[in-house]
Structures are given as structure tokens and as C-alpha cells.
Design a protein around this ligand. Structure first.
Ligand code: ADP
Length: 271
């Protein structure tokens, strides 16, 4: 399962703002005096796998949280396909989308967190079926069939009746990945999903994600310090520093011939 996924050229565009599925346009965010995102603009095409790298505190997680509407920008526009999540008017007013609109976007995007965030009182199978039944309106049977397939795929077909606390961290994270995919998202957000795991357990989770990258066309936005994984799965890597993208390149270029001194320094510190 450890074969390298070829980071092929980015898929062709279809629809959305200039062909992007995700668009950040002039997005700013500060917490007090701390400028976290500084007039940030970038786009992600449908089916593209983009990895965000850079030092701690450079704003990477904030970007994912904005797509989940967990953090609100101060300025700028964020769009998913043709739908706005936040829209800055010409007057400079930031207009959040309506609740109904946000719900529609939220159905298209799921996130896997560093600390798994499984429902502790539910068995594995129910963790995976809960949202498809209650949010997508699938029947229990349909949701269970899909959940079994996904749990098989992540190597946990034998653990359907276990509770999260009976599983290792790596197994819990694989349940969280199955749970995210059960929503059939267009976009999968991965926020340092292996940083709470021992290296051996982390490797199992990364192998599952490599398989998903190889076999599905889900758009991925991934924050990680696992550079070999980033090289394997990404079409593009964005290097962040102080809330700005300082380098945007295919993984071969980013890792083998980074243009910025800051990128070289960062890569030497993590590899
Ligand atoms: P990264 O993912 O690159 O490590 P983050 O996006 O998590 O960076 O954080 C960027 C900066 O924003 C950090 O300095 C962090 O302390 C700050 N930050 C994030 N969330 C909050 C918050 N709710 N309140 C205050 N500061 C925050």
C-alpha cells in the first residue's frame, strides 16, 4: 500500500469562479494585533489535491476553518463553486451567506481533525451513519451499507461494534476518515490528521489517504507536516509564511528546487 501516487497534472477545470471549486479572494483575518491572513487569494480546481505547508501559526488551519464556517474572515470573498460563503461588497462590507446557503455548501465539504472528534457514546458503525441519515436523509439501511464499505476500505470492517475508546488513535482517525467520506463530499479538508499519532499509526492513516487520493476524485485541501505524503498525493503545494503564500508549485519543484530562502529553511527543519 505504500506505492507512490503519481502527482499528475491538475484536472481540467469545470464551472465556478474561473474554473475553481474553491476561491479565496483578498481574504484577511486578524486576532487582535496578530495578522493571521494578509489579503490572501488562491483557487483550487475540482479534483485538485493541494497541500498547505509552512511554520506553525502561519494561518493554514484558519483557512480550513473558514471553509467550515468555524472562523469568519474580516475581509475578502470565499466561494465554493458558484456559492459564496463570505462576500465582500464594493463598499467593504463583509456579507456572510444565509444559513440555508451555508448548509448547502457545508454538505459539500467535510473536515478530518487532528484529534479525531468521534462521537464517544456511539459505536463505530453509528459514528459513520449518523450524518448521512440526519443530514443527507439516507435510509438507515443505505447509510449502513455505505458505512460498511468505507470501514472495510480503511481496514476496520471488523470493528463495527467497537466504541471509539476501544480503538487505537490510528484506528479512530481511520473511522473519522470513513465518516467524512460517508457524506460523499466534493471537498475533503485534512487538518494535521496524523500529528497526534505515533509514527507507526500515522503511517497506516497516510496509506489510507494515499489510496483515497489514487482512487477517488475528491478535491483535497490538506495541512500536514508529513512531507513525503505531501509529495506523493499533491498536485500543488502552497508554502505559507505569516499569512501569505510565498510559493505555489507542484511538489517536485517545491521539494527539490524551492525558490525562496524561507521555503528552503522550513523544509530543512521538517525533513
Ligand atoms: P497554522 O495552522 O499555520 O499553525 P493557525 O491558522 O492555526 O496556524 O493560526 C494562525 C494564528 O492565529 C496563530 O498565531 C494562532 O495563535 C492564531 N489564532 C488562531 N485561532 C485563534 C483564536 N480563536 N483566537 C486568537 N488567536 C487565534
Amino acid at each position: 500500500m505504500t506505492e507512490t501516487t503519481s502527482a499528475s497534472s491538475a484536472p481540467a477545470s469545470s464551472g465556478g469562479h474561473e474554473g475553481n471549486l474553491i476561491t479565496f479572494d483578498g481574504v484577511g483575518k486578524r486576532f487582535g494585533d496578530n495578522v493571521v491572513l494578509d489579503n490572501l487569494s488562491f483557487g483550487v480546481r475540482p479534483g485538485e489535491r493541494v497541500t498547505l505547508i509552512g511554520p506553525s501559526g502561519s494561518g493554514k488551519t484558519t483557512i480550513l476553518r473558514m471553509l467550515m464556517t468555524l472562523t469568519r474572515p474580516d475581509s475578502g470573498t470565499i466561494q465554493v463553486g458558484d456559492d459564496y460563503l463570505y462576500h465582500e461588497e464594493r463598499t467593504g462590507n463583509l456579507v456572510p451567506a444565509s444559513e440555508q446557503h451555508i448548509r448547502r455548501v457545508r454538505r459539500r465539504i467535510t473536515m478530518v481533525f487532528q484529534h479525531f472528534n468521534l462521537f464517544p457514546n456511539m459505536r463505530v458503525l453509528r459514528n459513520v451513519t449518523e450524518a448521512p441519515v440526519h443530514v443527507l436523509g439516507l435510509s438507515k439501511e443505505e447509510a449502513e451499507q455505505r458505512a460498511r464499505e468505507l470501514l472495510d476500505m480503511v481496514g476496520l470492517g471488523e470493528k463495527l461494534t467497537a466504541y471509539p475508546t476501544q480503538l487505537s488513535g490510528g484506528q479512530q482517525q481511520r473511522v473519522a476518515i470513513a465518516r467524512a467520506l460517508a457524506m460523499r463530499p466534493d471537498v475533503l479538508l485534512l487538518d494535521e490528521v496524523t500529528s497526534a499519532l505515533d509514527p507507526e499509526l500515522a503511517a497506516g492513516v497516510l496509506d489510507v489517504l494515499r489510496d483515497i487520493a489514487r482512487t477517488s476524485d475528491v478535491t483535497m485541501l490538506c495541512v500536514t507536516h508529513a512531507m513525503r505524503f505531501a509529495r506523493d498525493i499533491s498536485h500543488r503545494v502552497l508554502m505559507f509564511d505569516s499569512g501569505r503564500i510565498i510559493e505555489d508549485a507542484p511538489p517536485g519543484e517545491m521539494f527539490d528546487a524551492p525558490r525562496h530562502e524561507r521555503t528552503r529553511g522550513f523544509l530543512q527543519s521538517v525533513i
